[in-house]
Design a protein around this ligand. Structure first.
Ligand SMILES: [Zn+2]
Length: 92
């Protein structure tokens, strides 16, 4: 095995491993701290005089990861597909 072959394998394998790691993170820890309120759930109002609920996280201080949004969307599509197929099977 030459050095070029090893480098090619590493270049191909690195993004795959990073993606699989991110998918695993989205499964095991679907929420992350909200970047806007730093996880507190409260932000200063427009003039900075009072605190109010953070709009992006709705006061929870946590937000769903983007990858988890994608996984949930894919799961909903699959469930709709399976429900439609089951419905078609019952009609026959
Ligand atoms: Zn927030």
């Amino acid at each position: 095995m030459t050095l070029t072959t090893l480098l090619t394998i590493a270049i191909i394998l690195a993004p795959v491993l990073i993606t699989l790691g991110y998918i695993r993170t989205c499964h095991s820890r679907p929420f992350k701290h909200c970047g806007r309120c730093q996880g507190t759930g409260r932000v200063r109002s427009t003039f900075g005089l009072s605190m109010r609920e953070c709009p992006p996280c709705q006061g929870t201080g946590r937000r769903l990861r983007t990858g988890r949004h994608v996984l949930n969307y894919a799961r909903r599509i699959r469930q709709a597909h399976n429900a439609a197929r089951l419905h078609d099977d019952r009609r026959r």
